[in-house]
Design a protein around this ligand. Sequence first.
Ligand code: ZN
Ligand code: ZN
Length: 293
Amino acid sequence: MKKTNYHCHTYRCGHATGNEEDMVVEAISHHYEELGFSDHIPLPHLRRQLIKALPYALKDCHSFLSCIQTMIKNGPSMRMPYKMKEEHQLQIKQLKIKYPEIKIYQGYEAEYFLDYLPYYQQLLDNEEVDYLILGHHFHRYAIHNCYYGRVYLSDDMLLNYKKEVIQAIESNLFSYIAHPDLFMMGRIYFDDLCKEVSYEICMKAKQYNMPLEINGGGMRKGRRQVGDEMLYPYPNDHFFKIASQVGNKVILGIDAHCPQDINNEIYDQMLRYAKRFNLEIIDHLEFKKGNRK
Ligand SMILES: [Zn+2]
Ligand SMILES: [Zn+2]
C-alpha cells in the first residue's frame, strides 16, 4: 500500500506549527508518496459573515467574545486569514517543482457553509485547488456555540450535523469526509440517535463513493473511559463498526498540526484501527470537483 496523506495544516491557520516546506521534508523522510495540504480554508468577507453570526453568538458569552476577537483579527486562530491565501498557494506551487520525489496537492479543509459554496466551486473550477475535504466543525458560523465537537451536543445540533454532512456529500465539492464522527467528542455515549445519524451518513457516503477518514488527530487525544469501554473521542469504534457493516471505504488522515505529527507510529495506529474493523482502505484519493455546469 502506498503511503499518502491528504490532511495536513501549517502555522497559517493559527493553531499549528511548521511551514509548507517543513511538512514536505518530514513527509519525504517518512517515505510518503503523496502529500496534500488541507489547511482550514481562508474565507473572503469573514467580517461580514461574523456580523451575521452575532445574533447567535449573543446567546453565549464564550461565542460572543471569540466572535468579537475574530472580527478584530479578521482571521481567527481557527483558519488561515484570507490575505495569506495567495502566498500559501504560491509556496505549494514552488514546492511541487522543488520536490519532484513526492506528489504534492493543494487542498483545503472546509465546512459546508451555504454562503461559501459558490466560492468553493470557483476554487475548484479555476484550479486554484486540487481538492477540498469536508471538516464540518461548525453549524452555519464558526463560533463556539455552533461547534459540533462541543460538550453536551444537543439532539437538534446532532440532527443539523447529519443534514449538513449529507448535503455536503451530495454537493460533490468534497473529496472525503474528515473526522465524520466529530460529534462523538462531546456526545460521548453512542445512543440511538448517534446510531441513526451514523448509519445515514455512512449510507450516503457509500452511495456517492466518498471515503470516510480515520483521523489521527482524534487518536492523538488518546482513549478515555466511556462506561466500561476505552474509546477515542474520534475515530469512534461504534461509528466505524457501522461503516464496516455498510461497506464504506476509509482513508487515513494524519491531520498533522506540526511536522512531528507525521510519524510512523500514528500511521501504524490508524492502519491497525482500519484493519480491526475490516475496513477497505484507499491510498489514493479521487478528487471531486463539484457539480460543474
Ligand atoms: Zn478538522
Ligand atoms: Zn484538520
